[in-house]
Design a protein around this ligand. Structure first.
Ligand code: ADP
Length: 249
């Protein structure tokens, strides 16, 4: 259908927990340069899917290809090195460190292996400058010297995105970026995701359908571990089966 090869593609992805099938035969295709939403009622298997994609869980069956490579048996750190990065929940933020230090630490983790970088004159200053630029990108520059723990909730989620950007992602997995947020914070994160998605690919789990509608080029609906529908929001949201799944019938 004139589409490019998928950047991320699963075939028959399945995860069983002692006989309970949490993710069942999922074929997911994420096109490069798009924002792709993964939605579905509680217990549909969204989190398990994310855990399989980043290999926090091993699939029972099926394959995962990313950027033309079979990553099904690859270790999480190696997958991250290929640029497939998951944005972690707030618990990954070091609360007693400053906002700037949090981003700098993420940069140091990412660049730590680079010999040339360590040989350069002033690595700490360079890290701080790069960290500051990332904070500016996500609208957190004014909070640079605040401790991460003191940030308002919505800003913590922006910090999480900044630390993800520090890992130089080609594709970002965003786990409910607007969960628990006020309207103003939701608008801020929507703008932020739009901005950081430029030149990247995003797969996001999101409950707020207004956010999904505003951000996602394509959505995949999961129910009971299976793909119920996939396509543009306007099309999928009219699908009677999807409506029924959301109304719990
Ligand atoms: P979602 O993120 O869509 O709410 P999950 O992926 O968290 O759904 O869960 C899908 C199903 O798998 C749920 O029924 C959940 O109880 C079950 N499940 C998730 N993780 C485990 C586990 N480690 N052991 C057993 N069952 C699990």
């Amino acid at each position: 259908s004139g589409q490019q090869p998928a950047l991320l593609e699963t075939r028959g992805l399945t995860k069983e927990f002692r006989g309970f099938v949490a993710v069942s035969d999922v074929n997911l295709s994420v096109q490069p340069g798009t924002i792709h939403g993964l939605i579905g009622p509680n217990g549909a298997g969204k989190t398990t899917c994310f855990n399989l994609l980043t290999k926090f869980l091993q699939p029972t069956r099926g394959t995962i290809h990313y950027n033309g490579r079979n990553i099904t048996r690859m270790a999480p750190a190696d997958i991250a090195r290929l640029g497939l990065i998951r944005s972690f929940q707030i618990s990954a933020v070091f609360a007693s460190q400053t906002v700037l230090e949090n981003v700098r630490l993420a940069l140091q983790r990412e660049r730590g292996a680079s010999f040339d970088f360590w040989r350069s004159e002033a690595p700490l200053r360079a890290y701080n400058e790069r960290a500051m630029a990332l904070l500016e990108d996500v609208g957190l520059a004014e909070y640079a010297t605040a401790t991460a723990g003191s940030l308002p909730y919505g800003r913590k989620r922006a910090l999480e995105i900044a630390t993800t950007l520090a890992m130089d992602p080609k594709m970002m997995l965003l786990d409910e970026p607007t969960a628990g947020m006020t309207h103003a914070d939701v608008d801020h994160i929507v703008e932020l995701v739009k901005r950081v998605a430029q030149g990247r690919t995003v797969l996001m789990v999101e409950h707020n359908l207004k956010v999904v509608e505003g951000l996602c080029d394509t959505i995949t609906v999961l129910t009971r571990g299976r793909v119920l529908a996939e396509g543009p929001y306007a099309e999928v949201s009219r699908n009677p089966e999807v409506i029924a799944a959301y109304l719990g019938t």
